[in-house]
Design a protein around this ligand. Structure first.
Ligand code: AMP
Length: 115
């Protein structure tokens, strides 16, 4: 756990979250400020800052997070009309929480390219 990491505190149960899926390596919960009718965050239980901080040893974890995003999306029926999985990295990427997370967005048509 990293000091002052809000997502580590969610993993530890210190801060409440609307959890929709969890297992030994990952947690999926609803974004507190949703940008689409369904907006989930998929995070590793272990503190990793971003995709840019993954190492070759994290290959299985990275794959697991992506598969978990799909599992969570399907559990909410998003696969029928489609959805988006995106991760922000660093300042220019728009990352505001320094704990790796995949956004899963669905339930409306999403514009492209992002701003
Ligand atoms: P990013 O800007 O890509 O780092 O995404 C961080 C996301 O975390 C934002 O969409 C926030 O709305 C969301 N967020 C921040 N705090 C919480 C929280 N306590 N519970 C759920 N989502 C949160």
């Amino acid at each position: 756990m990293a000091d002052d990491c809000i997502f580590c505190r969610i993993v530890d149960g210190d801060i409440p979250a609307q959890v929709v899926h969890q297992d030994d390596r990952a947690l999926v919960f609803r974004d507190v400020n949703p940008q689409a009718p369904t907006h989930l965050l998929v995070i590793p239980r272990r503190h990793v800052v971003s995709v840019d901080h993954l190492s070759p040893d994290d290959e299985a974890l990275a794959g697991h997070l992506l598969l978990t995003a799909g599992t969570a999306a399907r559990s909410l029926g998003l696969e029928e009309d489609g959805y988006r999985v995106v991760t922000n990295i660093g300042r220019d990427g728009g990352q505001t929480v320094s704990h790796l997370h995949l956004h899963v967005l669905g339930g409306r048509s999403l514009g492209w390219p992002p701003g």
